[in-house]
Design a protein around this ligand. Sequence first.
Ligand code: G16
Length: 544
Amino acid sequence: MDALSRAVNEAQKHPRSLEQELSYGTAGFRMRAEKLDHVLYRMGLLSVVFSKYKSGTTGLMITASHNPEEDNGVKIVSTLGEMMPMSWEKYATQLVNVSDALIADSLKDIITTENIDMSKPATVMLAMDTRPSSKALAQAATDGIEALGGTCKNFGLLSTPQLHFIVCCENTQGQYGQPTEEGYYQKLSAAFGKLNSGGSKSKYRPQLYLDQANGVGALKMKEMCKFLGDGLEITSVNDGSSGKLNNQCGADFVKLNQMPPAGINLEPGMRCASFDGDADRIVYFYKTSGGKFCLLDGDKIATLFAGYLSDLLKSSGLKLNLGLVQTAYANGSSTSYITDVMKVPVACVPTGVKHLHHKAEDFDIGVYFEANGHGTVLFSNDAQKAILDQSKKTGLDEATRDAAVKLETVMNLINQTVGDAISDLLVVETILSQRDWACEDWDLAYTDLPSRQLKVKVEDRTVVQTTDAERRTTHPPGLQEAVEGLAAGYKNGRAFVRPSGTEDVVRVYAEADSQQNADQLAYEVGVQVYERARGTGDRPSPPS
Ligand code: G16
């Protein structure tokens, strides 16, 4: 039996049970886990075809990240650890939506269009998060991979960024690191150790309270700590031993509710951070001596990183251009600070790491972060070479050489393949330590405008269409004018509306000069969405 017939035959074990059309969105396919069996089987098939197309090892991650425990999802990783290219998303969508009988036709179509040599070998690295549904879905994916004759390397539980890292290492013959989980800990901990070799501090304390969302990040941070030695003392909270994944905890909960997660009794002087369910996002938070909860989100992390890298660039005498990439969710104050004070170019792109990652490649050093805490730094090949050359150059004064060596070491601490909560945590701790900063010092750069996010349930979220990096709607008619009219009524008012790519909702974002005004603006915009996009369920309620 040839591979395509076997793919059709094996599909009987994973029949398409759902009439609803699915589409490969912001983070692959994501929905209630019980609906995903055939999706995983078919993504197993596609990851093999994609591996043959790329002539390299691809990755398949099973996770629904920040979504509730009952959800699950899948995304395909390309050979350098980046997301599968957008030009392939249509194939994923097409393959998932055809009837069982048309699987071979759909595959043939992709193979012919992309001129793929099916005699090439294919390997797919598979990993999953800690959701109870992940194991069975991993079996469905494995069945798909093997039906098309691919080799499946199952890594079991990994954080999403660990899988991206390992895929990249595998395809670059170890140049990026060793393609194993241990290789990941070794690379990052070695760089962290070099950058944090002690010295007395007056404000920075190497102690962190870490909310791990009851997810896979807890297991992996525990492993990482074995490699870090006593360089950083971490108090683990929400480590999965009792609570439910992402329930009242995790980066998304803390960011959206602007409050500490369950399990952390926040007191002034404590530095805290939260991971999300698959450890690809991180936010920090603390409480002032006056008792105010303060969030240090992706925007604050981005400015911390960019400020540090920019100082190292100056001190090392390197002329490389540094840029920052954000989305519409970036707080208006952060964008003004980056442009007016840091004088760093800033770009705005639609939500989704794939968009930010792509844009960051335009710079020698591209820092990208979503406000929700998902981000990293990319160094172009030329930048990497220039930094390595400078760090090895003889005849430089000590300060210049020291800065170049630090840049090289930070590069090794950063997981450039994708936003990585563990790597980002180690970079934040390194910068705070080197600057001898407490959270308050970090937070001084600028003051966030108060903001509010809401979700509105509508009949069909795709009726909301956007343009200009999701900052304006083009459909339904009149919505954009209504949003602008409402925002104009508030000092520093800004609002936008977009359909979520990971949940069946429309998202509303608003910011204004006071929390009360941001809450009111978000509510008023939410009502417009509800009315103009055929809301279902509860109408947004006024802020209390
Ligand atoms: C995913 C994406 C992020 C995006 C988030 C929310 O995050 O990777 O880029 O910001 O979903 O997306 P949306 O607003 O479209 O639902 P994660 O951490 O859940 O994988």
